[in-house]
Ligand binder design. Sequence first.
Ligand SMILES: [Zn+2]
Length: 455
Amino acid sequence: MAQTLIRNGFVISMNAGRQAFENGDVLVEDDRIKAVGVIADELIAPDADIVDATDCIVLPGLVNSHVHTSQQLERGLADDVDLLTWLHERTWPFESALTEEDSYLSSLACGLELIHSGVTTFAEAGGQHVDGMGRAVTEIGLRAALCESIMDCGEGLPKGWVRSTDECMERQVAHYEKWHGAENGRIRMQFGLRTIFNCSDELLVRSREMAEERGIGIHMHVAEVLEEVQFAQKTRGAGTVEHMNRIGALSPNLLAVHTVWLTPRDMDLFRLHDVKVSHNPAAAMRVLGFAYVPELLSRGLAVSIGTDGAPSNNRMDMIDEMWLTTLIHKGRTLNPATLPAVTILEMATLHGARCMLWEDEIGSLEPGKKADLVIVHPRSAGTLPVHDPVSAMVYSMHSSDVESSMCDGRWLMRDGKVLTVDEKAVLEEAKSRAAFLRKKAGIELPDRFPTVRVR
Ligand SMILES: [Zn+2]
């Protein structure tokens, strides 16, 4: 039995009463939270490790509900291009050039950025090499639901990505059997479906059935761009959500990502089936449009926040993403009270946990839950003063203020230093491998300015 006492911080618990504790404590025992707030002396072991959190904010580890860890090395290769160029000339060639080892390295590099921005749990959006991702998550110590993006139809996709429906299902089950529950339950599997462009009705329905049988989630981009909804209307006779409802593919296990092009009826269908939603504000602003986030929340739905992948956003930074979420919906609704700080923190913690079907163990600091937490230390010119720690977390904070992070009772970062992997070595390797992969994928970037190559 090992105890850690985090003492004298401003503790944002996110418990049912949304209590915060000024000069409060959090007691961790092994991988679980033992007590929060005012802690009786007799609960604290004499040899407990004591961490001083004076002037710090202590909150549940953030949940990033949609991130393509396998796209991390593609950052900056798809800026300022239209969607088709983004897909056909940049992202598909790059992603299909990755080996399992690249995926491992990419996931480590992505994991580092996630840790620095206060994330302890993420939902993988779906790459092609689950074993590479799984190895990286094992080492770096984050909590994750992984998946492979499976596809059984679609035009123009890289060779080897499209498989028969049976083969797709077999792969999903094999990943599930290998990884689900690994690392003290820290790694889970979900079924990954890319989009309706690439999934037959049979695949959608069978995935729902098999996910329900196993009590796991399904991760899918839904109503992402207008062309997708029009494609569904043309080929299936109804928009994406309406069609999925007709064939019985909507369920509480479905985590629908982006969901920008929804009708009011689509949102009602989501409510009817308790579909979960991942909102990715930066990616939405870049190419997709405004998602109806306040409207979805007002229906009682779990709406979480995701960063999407590096070629869609460039910043896998949940602190930035929380700030962006509150701003863009204020702008869209012309109402400064839209999505207040408390709602944003709920989206990044409790809703994230619900979206990953993990709310029994994570999303709040409460006795019995897993010890996933972050300590934020506002001390920079860009952050101080802090009059209101709850709103400061959303409006003022930068990821550089995230000082320490714990997942499953293990420190991932202390005082800004990642403890689980050699950060410098990973980033050096990632840099040189990214240059190699860009060549391998045959991606040429045009010069932005007339550039003289001196040597
Ligand atoms: Zn995505």
